[in-house]
Design a protein. Structure first.
Lengths: 585, 77
């Protein structure tokens, strides 16, 4: 094992969706910059979209939606707790990003006139653009990286950021999960794009890697940002998604909905008005799942054969193609049976909900020189297209910083401490296997943090996470691969503590199931119309309130409650627009 | 610390008649997001070394000879 040191201008950590875009855009902004894309797996097939994507969930396309309408929709869907400027920055760049990806060779569905074939799934506006041939997206990105001459290193696992004397970022440290070599990378700007904290809760199957998110995304970036002193936000607004039970991947109501499929109860009846994911939608889903009419199913068996053929082609060749293999193994045919659904384990992911590293509309975190983009950056409901847009913004912001910033000096103490922490598990002859510590930790996450949230349970959870913290010094790894798992356990534990502390701090209920505190059942806008931030202050994990900036787009009062009336009421007849608008909560 | 050897059924199967790792191919090992595949140097064939699979399928799709099959892990099936 060796140690390596190198210096670059822009270091991008994470080569999934936002990362490659950030690297390309930094390089395009200034081709002289040394841009390094550091990836834990292999950029060719890494991240949440390793097998492509079956559609855009938040396309703001002229003629179908305006940036102003989109900002309104997400403000309402996220119960008002948003920094609207960040969402507006996404919305204004959304369409130009689609056009750019289109030029690069990413395929979107178009109608016979060549216009984008937009579909309505959201409660209010029209934002879904299918990508039946979206399986090539990683290949397209890889070509652009090569063309822009971005340097790439695969199989390097970043573990901590380097901080300069003035508190700004100075680079990062990493190790090679094949050789165990330790790397120090100095940089003027660092972009974090390491994806969700997807290995937080334990899936219902008990299989550690059968997670909703790509399990490579273990929350490394949340942990790195936290230890670098960055503010994290909305952590208590967990990610919980509807999915195919046991398979634990998306059933894709966004794909099937516009074609006539829907989420149903055991009677085959609809129970929610709208399949767009929000905390309130998940609350209704959870109620039906646990209620007498449960469980919940994806219903397609009423559709015509050719429609189902189309659905199968999209779902079984894109994003999670092994869905088809799973159904075949169980003898499930969309034509004949409804597909049993369930809810996911908890995770942190701003792509789907809101938990992430705090960023402004320039993708700047609260640490100078540190930028964040994609699932780990707090821009609510940002999805894949948001990752691309914020990747672009982060890359351009980082390039601007490099025009004036100098390479900061390295603090040798930070390097020595990290090297000892990272190489510790390889040096121990005896100790705890990472897989067992991870299983126990994540089982505790389910037991104590999974909503409905209960104060005393979360306090017990925190005590258990502290005990597991004491176990981390006993983790043992027989090779660099096991070392990767050991260091991921450190990050997962940090995320568990972040999730517990942020949830305990917000003493109200908000975002439906995501932050359903049964001992504080009401929403309390007087006290809690604020962001909850978590930050390392004097070594302590500390929560505090950050005011919500004045809105730039004000939703009407009747619109604000649109997402709180998702359940289809018993005995509902044909609902008129007026009834929808004024129905009491 | 006493340890165990527990038998575990693995989701990724390699058809060794088709695998050309002995000719220098390592595509499946390269593309796996979880880094769970490896080459057995004594046999010159790929194999699944760690039971940490997301059944995501790049290994199967990118294999040039069709030697890789990804099953759904037993616990999920």
């Amino acid at each position: 094992m060796q140690s390596h040191i190198q210096a670059v201008d822009v270091l991008v950590i994470g080569g999934g969706t936002a990362g490659p875009m950030a690297a390309v855009k930094a390089k395009e902004a200034d081709p002289e910059l040394r841009v390094l894309l550091l990836e834990k797996a292999n950029v060719k097939r890494s991240g949440a979209i390793s097998m492509g994507m079956d559609g855009l969930n938040n396309a703001v396309v002229p003629g179908y939606a305006t940036p102003e309408q989109y900002v309104k929709e997400i403000t309402i869907a996220n119960d008002g707790i948003v920094n609207q400027k960040t969402i507006m920055a996404y919305a204004r760049n959304s369409f130009s990003m689609i056009e750019e990806l289109d030029r690069w060779g990413v395929k979107f569905e178009k109608d016979e006139t060549g216009d984008y074939a937009m579909r309505k799934v959201h409660h209010m506006g029209t934002y879904v653009l299918p990508m039946p041939e979206g399986h090539d997206i990683k290949r397209v990105l890889y070509r652009r990286l090569k063309r822009a001459r971005v340097s790439i290193t695969n199989r390097l696992v970043a573990t901590r950021l380097l901080i300069a004397a003035d508190g700004s970022v100075a680079g990062a440290m990493a190790f090679d999960c094949r050789t165990g070599d330790f790397h120090v990378i100095r940089a003027k700007a660092v972009i974090l794009s390491t994806g969700a904290a997807g290995r937080l809760g334990l899936p219902a199957s008990g299989y550690l890697f059968g997670t909703y998110e790509n399990p490579t995304n273990a929350g490394d970036g949340y942990s790195m940002a936290y230890h670098a002193g960055a503010e994290l936000s909305g952590i208590e607004c967990f990610q919980i998604n509807p999915l195919i039970k046991d398979y634990n991947g998306p059933a894709c109501a966004y794909v099937t909905g516009p074609l006539g499929g829907y989420t149903a109860n055991s009677q085959g009846r609809r129970f929610i008005e709208c399949d767009y994911w929000s905390g309130q939608m998940m609350m209704e889903f959870y109620r039906e799942l646990e209620g007498g009419n449960g469980p919940v199913f994806l219903k397609l068996d009423h559709l015509a054969d050719e429609t189902i053929n189309t659905i199968e082609t999209i779902l079984h060749t894109n994003e999670r193609p092994s869905r088809g293999r799973f159904h075949k193994g169980r003898g499930t045919d969309y034509r004949k049976q409804m597909v049993e659904m369930h809810i996911s384990e908890i995770g942190l992911c701003s792509g789907h909900s809101a938990s992430g590293v705090w960023v402004n509309e320039h993708a700047e975190t609260t640490v100078k020189g540190l930028y964040a983009a994609g699932d780990l950056a707090c821009v609510p409901h940002n999805y894949m297209l948001g990752a691309f847009v914020y990747g672009k913004i982060a890359g351009e912001s980082a390039a601007r910083r490099c025009a004036s910033a100098a390479l900061a000096d390295i603090d040798e103490t930070q390097v020595e401490l990290e090297q000892a922490r990272v190489l510790g598990p390889l040096s121990r002859a005896d100790g705890l296997p990472p897989s067992q510590v991870e299983y126990k930790l994540r089982r505790m996450v389910n037991d104590y943090l999974q909503p409905p949230k209960v104060t005393r349970k979360m306090e017990i959870g925190l005590a258990r996470f502290e005990e597991i913290k004491a176990n981390l010094d006993r983790l043992v790894a027989r090779d660099p691969h096991e070392l990767m798992r050991a260091m991921e356990v450190h990050a997962i534990r940090d995320c568990a503590e972040l999730a517990a502390r942020a949830s305990l701090y917000r003493t109200e209920s908000r975002w439906g199931l995501y932050h359903n505190r049964v001992d504080y059942p009401d929403r309390d806008d007087r006290e809690w119309f604020v962001h909850v931030q978590v930050k390392k202050i004097n070594g302590e994990m500390t929560c505090f309130k950050r005011p919500v900036d004045p809105y730039i787009i004000n939703p009407d009062e009747h619109e604000m409650s649109a997402y709180q009336q998702l359940r289809i009421h018993e005995n509902a007849t044909v609902k008129t627009k007026t009834e929808t608008d004024v129905a009491p909560v | 610390m006493p340890t165990a050897f527990t038998l575990t059924s693995l989701p990724v199967r390699i058809n060794e008649d088709l695998c050309i790792a002995d000719k220098g191919c390592s595509v499946c090992v390269d593309v796996c997001p979880l880094d769970v595949l490896a080459i057995d140097l004594t046999k010159g064939k790929a194999y699944m070394k760690f039971d940490e699979c997301w059944y995501c399928m790049p290994c199967e799709k990118d294999c040039p000879t069709g030697a890789v099959t990804v099953d759904i892990p037993y616990l999920l099936r």
